[in-house]
Design a protein around this ligand. Sequence first.
Ligand SMILES: [Zn+2]
Length: 484
Amino acid sequence: MKGITSLLFSSILGVCFSQVDLAKKYSSYINEEDLRKNLTIIASDEYAGRETGKIGQKMTAEFLTAYFKKLGCSFAPGMSGYEQFFDVIESTPGGTLSLSGLNLNFKTDFIYYSCKSLTKLDNLPVYHADQLSVIGDIPCYVAHNLRSLEVRKEVSALRKELPGNVKGIILVSNKYDTLYEYLEHYVTTKTMYLADEKKKEEFPILFVKESSLESLKKKSNGFLIGKGKITKSMTRPVFKLNAELNTQEERLTSSNVLAYIEGSDPVLSKEVVVVTAHYDHIGVDHGVVYNGADDDGTGTVALLEMAEAFMEAKKNGEGPKRSILIMPVSGEEKGLLGSDYYSSHPAIPLENTVADLNIDMIGRNDIGHEKDTNYIYIIGSNMLSNELHDVNEKANERYTRLKLDYKFNSLSDPNQFYYRSDHYNFAKHNIPSIFYFSGVHEDYHQPTDDVEKIIFPKVEKVAKLVFFTAWELADRSKRITLNR
Ligand SMILES: [Zn+2]
């Protein structure tokens, strides 16, 4: 049965790949020499780790823009340039926390996370629940007994027990210094969010050093001691607190770069196949540049090669029927911000967007594949459209013959890769998407993610697979459909 089905598929898809020779012909413009040349530029120290909103990101955007211009790519419909600008807010954790007049200092007395900025919380009533004290909408939980240092897990478990009106928690800890050491990286790193993002409902979590609260504790009759369960019957306030926290915020501008290659069919060219990769990385830390050659320099330069190949086809009047949008995005490392912005401000309506093929890190081998270069992880291909999955499989079977590894293609995979790159901002709008990925390695998010370590023949091969898949999606007469 299986054999017959796949035989049938091959013959159907065989017919669909009618412009086989053209796709193959133009794929030759994707080559490792160009990939190496371009990656050596954008992953050099001069590009300062391409951090969103900073000089390196702007230099990279300029480089990409000049490249697309040289190739002759069009601006996306309705745009007057290649760049789609968006503003982000960079928030620097810090400030002082005032609890009923008692001033506490960031780091030495308290830290917080899971909120972008906390401003003013006036007159918070304090409730008692068993032996546990809860401050109004902000319950105050005594954290003496956190069972382990898996704090974030503990907190999210605790959150599930809270009544619905509780909007945040304060954890008071007599093991604050250990906690601080453990959480330092998470709580002291600057964060970014889209300036036009509707303030999401946030759930602030504050950790306060118990010994910093001695005076409050006396005043409140030891209310900060307890370890009971929070119940939904907490109604009677017994104490009031004011909390005020000031953080520093700065508005910065970043961009997505859009290169549009209009399809050859007067009707179908209204539809578009989007190909994305993030051109931002994590910048400079303590004077050390994080070059991000693999993450995601490889995806970025792969897009340039694909743009060249599609443009050559178009110039000769041999391009596919639907349009192609090649889109290096930024803000990925800060929380998929650029693709999020695009998906709420699309240049081509989302209903006319056939698919997103996203490339993020395709130039290395991960642990378990040290000597086996000929593989790539495929994530998300069948989540929304089995046809997308089949097109990719057939393109690989026919042209690139990589080992397609579906190990991470699961919503329940503990790594949660399906949610961790830019394709997700398309998938969440029901647009079929594939995430191409060669896995994490010892240089992931390290200053040693350098161009010398990139396996260029692999980048070329994966870029070609994405190109062939994009070509077929753009050129087949019938648009791929969503699963029921
Ligand atoms: Zn990445």
